[in-house]
Design a protein around this ligand. Sequence first.
Ligand code: SF4
Length: 479
Amino acid sequence: MHFKASAGGALGDAVLQANLARFGASGFALARARAVEAYGAAEFERLRTAGAEIRDRALATLDAYIERFEREAAARGATVLFAETGAEACELVLEVCRRHGLKKAIKSKSMLSEEAGLNEALAAAGVEPVETDLGEYIIQLAGEPPSHIIAPAVHKSKDAVADLFAAHHRSPRKTDIGEMTREARAVLRGHFVSADLGISGGNFLIAETGSGVIVTNEGNGRMVTTLPRVHVCITGIEKVIPTLEDFATLLRLLPRSATGQAISNYVSLFTGPRRAGDRDGPEHMYFILVDAGRTNLVGGDMQAMLRCIRCGACMNHCPVYRTVGGHAYGWVYPGPMGAILTPSYVGLENALELPQAATLCNQCGVVCPVRIPLPDLLRQLREQEVERRLRPRGEMLALRAWSWVAQRPRLYALATRWVARVLRVVGGGSGRIRRLPGASGWTRERDLPAPRGATFRDLYRRTGARPAPNAQPGASAPR
Ligand code: SF4
């Protein structure tokens, strides 16, 4: 996963930059701020604490809650299957297809199925997968992965979607969003009624009732979970929470953090297959609970990451995500959560640049509804990279040299004065450095302002400034 190269490409892509600017202005972050204000900022902070406690309580005895979930779901007629890897999860779905003779799957959003590459596995086995969430449908037509966990096609412009629809629907090109949506709905209706398998994700699994939950703004979730004769819910093992009461608390957090809504358009709980007397619902219902690296996080430094309820708030507020978009992160999960989850799931050595893909400004930590200390986790991953000697040799040597100089104050003062002088000369009359040999990353996409005036140490000595008498060392240091 080559974040730097992909991010460089994203920065140079004018269309993507325009789409990202629109996304920034589209206001998920603003909507969240308004929703928090309406709820009461102090009360919302208490809610965040409660959310974090619920997730921690569930994770502390995850095995017990998973067993309870399995018992309760089975008692209500569902089958619970377990997969250790994404590939195993795909194989289990294919087994279900073979057992029931299924040929066409309609899907509502499931990040786990993206992780596992389920669509590719289904297609290779002759089962047609059709994404029915509008954003997922668009990127399936485009043959692209999602770029945001709740707005998967946010990187696409209206015109790009109009081109896709015209090409795939074989209909006159439309550019009115209402008309385009109606056209997609008409096409998807045909898929809804002809599919024999519904595949959904699950925002939560409730142990005390054996239910799955999806929280969504599109009605496709209910179609997928009720119309076809078989329903498979595929999700991660960490999604299990103890009770319906816990779900009610997390439901107050999720839509407000994601889109700024007090509640999403649809909140659907599914508990077992259709019972005698039910007018709709699947004849068979399966839950596939996938590990795929999650148990490795339990009890370790990254355990807090398993609290994640996939709201997307961290990416909506992240200056890096908002500048480079989701595809630069190279896998299913973008933004700050992806910069932690991806190395945790695929191995730090396979995603070396992701923990560096953050400014550590803590915007993500401030808005995370379950108080995941994202910047702390990113910092820990960076430490692990250094401890395991995974950073490039040149960088390690440069940091070692810097550390050596920084521990010798006189030499440090001399060196900074000298470097500032050289940079001033390089900046010339414009005061801007356009190319910096040996550190081209600083100037590839923008100019670096040349230093002006005296160094901080010189100013400090000249003005005779001293720390305030009761100042705590490091108390005001930015982190
Ligand atoms: S890490 Fe927090 S803010 Fe980001 S998606 Fe997960 S729950 Fe939401």
